[in-house]
Design a protein around this ligand. Structure first.
Ligand code: UDP
Ligand code: MG
Length: 317
């Protein structure tokens, strides 16, 4: 494999406290890789401002003015981290690069692991996924929900590696395949594990956020998880069918039993409580299942409208 032009993409949402020092640190890593003759000197950094309300974009434009190897674009409003990542992948594909690595603006992922990603690329891998060594920096709640999410995804058949974040290398080939996917709410972690490209893994350490605060809350993480599930698996829908079948079967036998009791023992089962409990249980299960179906309907609804994934306000390249 020939040494690549590397692009690093960074989604930024209100990251005025981090973005400058992150870019500086990444250039040190890039310079080191250039000195080691592992990447080409025209490698660059591409920042996606996801509609920040603070000074982030001014800082990015200023860095671009001083050094044109800092490039980027700004969204017209906040579209979310997945859209920002997709915009980055599309942006660098247009500008040109041989491979691209995505990393967070707070640089929680160890930037010195980039060399390992490049080594894997040079061995011929198209996708290199970063796997967190541990979740020391996460709250117990986040650890638990993350674990639940990856387990659910794997049970449902979408083989996402445990503790894979969006720290990932994608080759030009991967980018070209991505451009054929029209899915608007693409779930990147699922996508890159599904297409069938050669996938390698790199372990990295996680640091605490250096400044500012996490841009995710419970609701947005839930949204991400639900999108991941509904876009990569229809097992929940099949499960509902099965559940309905067995519940009907159960109802049939209970009904038969009641008729039998009435005819042969003249003993009608009485019990308001049983009725109320069964009503609540079955009512609850039905609403829950309706909710699951609703998630898929929602997915179809969003996709069928085919709105643009994001709207670019300005680009610096
Ligand atoms: N981010 C974004 N748009 C959003 C939320 C987050 O582009 O709506 C970016 C954010 O600037 C950061 C990355 O996504 O570069 C990860 O966010 P954060 O560090 O807040 O998440 P956490 O590490 O807490 O999961
Ligand atoms: Mg972070």
């Amino acid at each position: 494999m020939e040494k690549p032009t590397l692009a690093i993409i960074i989604p930024c949402y209100n990251e005025e406290l981090c973005v400058k020092s992150t870019v500086d640190k990444l250039f040190i890593v890039l310079q080191d890789l250039i000195n080691k003759n592992k990447i080409k000197p025209n490698s660059y950094i591409y920042l996606i401002d996801d509609g920040s309300k603070d000074n982030t974009w001014n800082i990015i434009s200023e860095m671009h003015r001083v050094n044109p190897l800092v490039k980027g674009q700004k969204f017209i409003r906040n579209f979310g981290n997945q859209k920002a990542l997709i915009a980055g992948l599309e942006g660098v594909r247009e500008i040109g690069c041989d491979c691209v690595i995505s990393i967070d603006a707070d640089l929680q992922q160890d930037e010195w692991a980039i060399e390992k990603f490049i080594d894997k690329y040079l061995e011929g891998y198209d996708i290199v996924s970063g796997i967190r060594n541990d979740r020391k920096t996460d709250s117990l709640f986040k650890k638990l929900t993350a674990w639940l999410f990856y387990k659910t995804m794997n049970i449902l058949g979408a083989k996402i590696p445990m503790n894979h974040s969006d720290y990932r290398l994608v080759s030009k080939r991967g980018l070209n395949i991505l451009s054929d996917y029209g899915e608007k709410y693409l779930f990147l972690r699922g996508f890159f594990n599904e297409v069938g490209l050669k996938n390698a893994f790199v372990k990295f350490d996680v640091k605490p956020r250096m400044a500012g605060e996490s841009k995710f809350n419970f609701v947005s993480l839930m949204g991400l998880a639900l999108n991941g599930i509904t876009s990569y698996s229809i097992v929940p829908l099949r499960f509902i069918t099965l559940l309905g079948f067995f519940m009907a079967l159960f109802g049939f036998f209970v009904g038969a039993e009641a008729v039998y009791e009435k005819i042969f023992h003249n003993d009608a089962p009485n019990g308001m409580v049983t009725t109320i409990i069964l009503l609540c249980v079955f009512g609850g299960i039905q609403l829950f299942c309706l909710g699951i179906i609703g998630e898929y309907v929602g997915q179809v609804f969003r996709e069928v409208k085919a709105r643009p994934r994001y709207i670019k306000e300005i680009e610096l390249k």
